[in-house]
Design a protein around this ligand. Structure first.
Ligand code: ADP
Ligand code: MG
Length: 303
């Protein structure tokens, strides 16, 4: 179950919500679609699911063009829209029955509903009205609704937005679990969410993609041309000598015998620091490359 987005643009009147967006998601990946409010995340998701048409470009799900095969494609896609619109007056099982009807799930309907209730942890709440559920459980109902017809692709638009910290952890756990057997695109404006559950990340800002890569690669990347190393020595050091090392740009004293050393990216500065320590009879107690957090990278890319 793959998704291919090719040169998608979307105009709302004169406003360009998406500007030539392309990306691919391979089978089994959980991809984070990260961007500030108004970046174009929901618009992209509505286009992928066939709910609104693009202005130009193509979307393929499983190599099938979504525009041409809207009805067919929806059988393979589970969609949790932004703000999870639900019928609050319906009971949980009643609602899932109704959804099963829409997807024409036949005689296995009852089993399927029970299975999904189990999977999404709705056992204790299944006899309640949706309106009586907590936001976390409503989100589970939204996920159940998206999973009911057993689609290969899941499109989740800000699935944890508005939840309290405990509910967030629970829903993330559930998505990670479900994601093992699905191809998932999940939008969020929370970096930690991507760090917590996504293999890859696509960062979007003002309708344009500004970065896409494996989560750990994006974390290792930086638009700066220096690296930062955190070092703890056994003693206070002679910063003049350290500063004289080739490639060292800046030394910042942190607490105790901890130092942050910024150096040219092209230099193997850790080796130089180690040799410096040996030569000057210091001991390196610890040395650590400072990775930028996704948060910092995100701010850099979207400012
Ligand atoms: P996100 O989900 O990343 O917050 P959206 O896709 O909802 O972003 O919106 C992208 C841009 O398109 C925003 O500037 C938004 O105001 C605009 N937009 C979204 N939906 C509509 C619409 N139906 N009509 C006009 N403008 C819209
Ligand atoms: Mg949105």
């Amino acid at each position: 179950m793959s998704i291919k987005v090719s040169e998608i643009s979307k105009l709302y009147g004169k406003q360009k919500a998406l500007d030539n967006v392309s990306f691919e998601i391979k089978t089994g990946e959980i991809v984070g679609f990260l961007g500030p409010n108004g970046a174009g995340k929901s618009t992209m998701m509505k286009i992928i699911t066939g709910y609104i048409p693009q202005t130009s470009g193509d979307v393929f799900v499983n190599n099938i063009n979504v525009l041409d095969n809207n009805i067919e494609i929806r059988k393979d896609i589970g969609y949790l829209p932004e703000n999870n619109p639900l019928y609050l007056d319906m009971y949980v099982t009643e609602y899932l029955n109704y959804i099963a009807g829409i997807y024409k799930i036949g005689k296995e309907k009852k089993n399927r509903i029970n299975e999904i209730i189990e999977k999404t942890g709705l056992q204790t709440e299944k006899r309640k009205k949706i309106g009586a559920l907590s936001k976390g459980y409503r989100q589970r109902v939204g996920l159940a609704q998206a999973l009911l017809h057993n689609p290969g692709v899941l499109i989740l638009d800000e699935p944890t937005s508005g939840l309290d910290p405990n509910q967030i952890v629970e829903i993330r756990g559930l998505i990670s679990e479900i994601g093992k057997e699905k191809t998932v695109l999940l939008s969020t404006h929370i970096m930690q969410e991507v760090e917590a559950i996504c293999d890859s990340v696509i960062i979007i800002n003002n309708g344009k993609i500004v970065a896409k890569d494996k989560t750990e690669k994006i974390q290792g990347s930086t638009t700066d041309n220096y690296q930062a190393i955190l070092v703890e020595f056994n003693n206070s050091i002679d910063t003049k000598k350290l500063k004289a090392l080739k490639g060292v740009k800046k030394i910042i004293h942190l607490k105790g015998n901890n130092w942050l050393i910024q150096a040219d990216k092209s230099i193997n500065i850790r080796e130089s620091i180690f040799n410096f320590a040996v030569k000057n009879k210091y001991t390196v107690l610890s040395m650590q490359k400072q990775e930028k957090s996704l948060e910092e990278i995100f701010q850099e890319l979207t400012k």
